[in-house]
Ligand binder design. Structure first.
Ligand code: EPU
Length: 339
């Protein structure tokens, strides 16, 4: 295990911001991770786990031991009837896992194709797209507690999942490093194609003949069509969460702003499209120096080259202020911000 001092983090975050880590280590096993915890404690540094850095804003150097997980492994750990349980190492790439499951004839992840990042990061924000969230197929999260190296297993219920939310963003924030995730998939396809963009894509299709592979391919092509590739235009995906508001507030807003996309939730609240609101305020395609809002998607903030985290956060504040002014809604930043 090699500890690198003063390591540049630009290659480790998809917004490609220049920041340095006091120290960085790449770990390949639980033993490495425990050794990293001990090293950090001896040097008085906090531990900051980083997956592929696709959901962080690095607006300053990190006075921490940054732990990059390079663990690999996908293992079938159980099979009952059509249900198959998998254990996946935290360092595996999420999209590669989705592809692997389809190749094996294991279904449930096809709507979650092409989401950047690692498997270990996925439960933290309960990744979701095109009508499916990770929580629908997650069995357990395995982690090590930074303070004492203890193993911890969180059940699905323990994770307290919500929209882009889990207990790991709240009471367990900064307390653990996820080492593996157990998922339950099915050998029998159950398709979820109700999300408007998918329903539209399959409007002419014979629903009975659609396969999970069709859903996967369509999600990939929709995402490629509207979300910029971080490798080309550095970004962190959706920069704000879609706000959840009481039904009455949504009704009043829709009356005032016809066309505002609104998705009723099971709990009675309504999710509104933040992208539409930002777009309506005229911010789409805005650019100052090397920081801007993507011309194809108003929810994606981009670093076009030498922008800084502070510049991006100041643009985000201006956007949020405009939306608050016009819609009376306070947008919440989705990625983890270090400033
Ligand atoms: N829209 C606009 N202007 C735009 C972009 C979108 O008016 O510039 C409208 C669209 O026409 C659509 C609505 O806004 O009616 C929603 O747009 P979209 O379907 O692109 O989804 P989103 O709400 O912006 C969310 C997730 C995405 C996920 C998609 C698909 C959040 C914060 N974002 O985006 O997740 O891929 O739905 O399910 O919930 C991410 O988290 O990084 C992410 C990309």
């Amino acid at each position: 295990m090699q500890i690198l001092r003063g390591e540049p983090l630009q290659p480790y975050n998809t917004l490609s911001f220049q920041a340095r880590a006091a120290a960085l280590v790449r770990v390949g096993s639980d033993e490495d991770l425990l050794a990293a915890f001990r090293w950090a404690a001896e040097h008085g540094l906090p531990v900051v786990p980083l997956g592929q850095g696709s959901n962080v804003v690095l607006a300053k150097d990190l006075d921490a031991l940054v732990v990059r997980q390079d663990t690999r492994g996908i293992e079938i750990i159980g099979e009952v009837d059509d249900r198959v349980s998998l254990r996946v190492a935290a360092g595996e790439n999420w999209h590669a896992l989705v592809q692997w499951t389809l190749q094996q004839g294991l279904y449930g992840l096809q709507n979650l194709a092409l989401i950047p990042g690692t498997v270990g990061a996925a439960p933290i924000q309960n990744i979701g797209a095109y009508g499916v969230e990770l929580q629908s197929c997650l069995l357990r999260v395995h982690a090590l507690v930074i303070a004492d190296g203890r193993s911890l297993t969180l059940s699905n219920a323990d994770c307290e999942f919500g929209y882009r939310d889990s207990v790991i963003k709240h009471s367990l924030r900064d307390k653990l490093v996820i080492t593996a995730v157990d998922l339950q998939l099915s050998r029998v396809p159950e398709l979820s194609i109700g999300y408007p963009a998918l329903a539209e894509a399959f409007a002419q299709a014979d629903a009975g003949s659609l396969t999970p592979r069709d859903v996967f391919n369509t999600v990939v092509s929709i995402r490629r069509g509207k979300l910029p590739d971080p490798a080309v235009e550095p970004n962190a995906g959706s920069f704000f969460k879609n706000p959840l508001v009481p039904a009455e507030q949504a009704r009043v807003l829709i009356a005032q702003f016809p066309g505002l996309p609104a998705y009723p939730q099971q709990d009675g609240r309504v999710k509104l499209a933040a992208a539409w609101m930002i777009d309506h305020c005229g911010w789409k395609g805005y650019r100052q120096d090397d920081i801007g809002i993507h011309p194809e998607h108003a929810l994606v903030l981009v670093n076009y080259g030498n922008g800084t985290g502070e510049q991006l956060l100041s643009l985000a504040s201006a956007v949020a202020a405009a939306v608050a002014d016009i819609f009376g809604i306070q947008l919440v930043i989705e990625p983890r911000v270090y400033r």
